[in-house]
Design a protein around this ligand. Structure first.
Ligand code: FAD
Ligand code: NAI
Length: 474
């Protein structure tokens, strides 16, 4: 006899585990299935984000930034260090510990919210509206029946056709987060979010990093001015970024040789000790049993959903990386909450226009809403205000005055349409832009709000003042 649940969530990444918590909070009997297994052979809930994504990458970014600061920034503060060295093994062990703490935190949350967790692969075997049948295979083998199903099976790295991942020389995100010793020459294919973050980590630790990007423009999704400043800063740090590159061959032996045609059409060849391939991710539906129930996938292999995350089947929903939209943990989480609330007859809502983007390089990059180029393309008249961190007292005290904050506001109504920033801790500052946009605030609202002094957030207030051409500190 199958165990019956109101809600069964397939996948315990940020989309799935948060959806399960919200469903349980709303009074539904809830189960969550996840197949991720740690190196020690234990269940490791948290998905890509916790195990090989957001969390471990930020742990390594912090360690490597500490190392870089100790080597380059401390002397200015009068702090002398001798014989500075990096112990990569210890750095990776710390990262693994941070991951484990997050896995354990999610297991605790399942218990706290009385969510049944099944460790294994969940596969649809049949059923119909109100009683979908799911078989779990693996450690937590079971047969489940669900009134509602939330598919949150995430994504997998996309490989270069010429270079399958071996995680020895050709690395996906998992391999990139576990390189056992600093490679002398590191190649990165793709100047996207992973390429820039992981390239930064290993450059700070001493690798010569070359990033090969197919597109002729750098960070095309970001505001042009932000992208230009980022390119300038990364180049100054020693990241070699080649745009408009077409990779023709990848050969592995003792090292990796990449043959490519550069932007001028010249055939080039580069040799690396390791090659990270970060050219985007593909939806993960293998083993789900979509065909057994007639679950529709779109032409790119994503589970097909409407704006509310409904699939083609009644009572079956899908969220996060396995469906259209940005592949971001917070987008997955918000969709999970919204779907649980919709199942309860409420009106959960996710506005893609206010989903913030952050790239955790140094300087950090963050934005929310529309770019200048998008506004121009859609013919919206706007006013822009910028403020550089070089004129912010807290940034000077921190010793990091790179970058700026820019606010774009509707020329007629003053409503904020976008915030774009590059600089210290802009990953935190961007929340103010998102809040302002959600509340329909104008730039004047931010300009009139009292911001603590000295704080980096004053750059946001000054950017808002700049929209009306009345900055106070520049
Ligand atoms: P996932 O996190 O992929 O989780 C899906 C889970 O379902 C996995 O555990 C998978 O094994 C499991 N599963 C799949 N099929 C089955 C099945 N049939 N049965 C049982 N279990 C199954 N996003 C950010 O917002 N901020 C960041 O800083 C950030 N950094 C990143 C860094 C890297 C290196 C990478 C690779 C990604 C990063 N992301 C970041 C993206 C983020 O990780 C994803 O957007 C997020 O994990 C998507 O969540 P999800 O719940 O949809 O899927
Ligand atoms: P991405 O989409 O950010 O970047 C991929 C890059 O590779 C693009 O610039 C693309 O033009 C390029 N590319 C594609 N094919 C290529 C080829 N054949 N040769 C050379 N370049 C090629 O994808 P990435 O970096 O793999 O990350 C995957 C997802 O994970 C992202 O969509 C992002 O949402 C998420 N992520 C988010 C982070 C964050 O929020 N801080 C951190 C890391 C990942």
């Amino acid at each position: 006899m199958a165990e019956q649940f109101d809600v069964v969530v397939s996948g315990a990444g940020p989309g799935g585990y948060v959806a399960a918590i919200r469903a349980a909070q709303l009074g539904f009997s809830t189960a969550c299935i996840d197949d991720w297994t740690s190196a020690e052979g234990k269940a490791a809930p948290g998905g890509t984000c916790t195990n090989v994504g957001c969390i471990p990458s930020k742990a390594l970014l912090q360690s490597s930034e500490n190392f870089e600061h100790a080597g380059h920034a401390f002397a200015e503060h009068g702090i002398e260090l001798k014989d500075l060295a990096i112990d990569v093994k210890r750095m990776l062990a710390r990262k693994d510990k941070v991951v484990r703490q997050n896995n354990e935190g999610i297991a605790y949350l399942f218990k706290k919210n009385k969510i049944r967790f099944f460790h294994g692969v969940g596969r649809f075997t049949g059923g119909a509206a109100g009683a979908w049948q799911i078989e779990v295979s693996g450690e937590g083998a079971a047969a489940l029946s669900a009134k509602n199903v939330i598919i949150a099976t995430g994504s997998k790295p996309r490989a270069l056709p010429a270079a399958p991942f071996d995680n020895k020389l050709v690395l996906d995100n998992e391999g990139a987060l576990a390189i056992p010793a600093v490679p002398k020459r590191l190649g990165v294919v793709g100047a996207g979010v992973i390429g820039l973050e992981m390239g930064s980590v290993w450059r700070r630790l001493g690798s010569q990093v070359t990033i090969l990007e197919v597109l002729p423009v750098f960070l095309g999704a970001a505001d042009e001015q932000v992208a230009a400043e980022a390119r300038k800063q990364f180049t100054k740090q020693g990241l070699k970024i080649e745009l408009g590159v077409n990779i023709t061959r990848v050969e592995t032996g003792k090292e990796v040789t990449v043959e490519y045609v550069d932007a001028e059409g010249k055939q080039e060849s580069a040799r690396f000790d390791k090659l990270i391939v970060s050219i985007g991710r593909v939806p993960h539906t293998a083993g789900l049993g979509a065909e057994a129930v007639g679950l529709e996938l779109d032409e790119r292999g994503f589970v097909a959903v409407d704006a509310d995350c409904r699939t083609n089947l009644p009572g079956m929903w899908a969220i996060g990386d396995v469906v259209r939209g940005p592949m971001l943990a917070h987008k997955a989480e918000d969709e999970g909450v919204a779907v649980a609330e919709r199942i309860a007859g409420q009106h959960g809502h996710v506005d893609f226009n206010t989903v913030p983007w952050v790239i955790y390089t140094s300087p950090e990059i963050a934005w929310v809403g529309q770019t200048e180029a998008q506004l121009k393309a859609s013919g919206v008249a706007f006013r822009a205000g910028s403020f550089p961190f070089s004129a912010n007292g807290r940034a000077r005290a921190l010793g990091d005055v790179r970058g700026f904050v820019k606010i774009l506001a509707d020329a007629r109504t003053d409503r904020i349409l976008g915030m774009h920033a590059i600089g210290p801790m802009v990953s935190e500052l961007i929340a103010e832009g998102a809040v302002a946009m959600e509340f329909g605030a104008g730039s004047e609202d931010i300009a009139r709000i009292c911001h603590a002094h000295p704080s980096l957030s004053e750059a946001v207030k000054e950017a808002a003042l700049a929209v009306d051409k009345r900055t106070l500190n520049i």
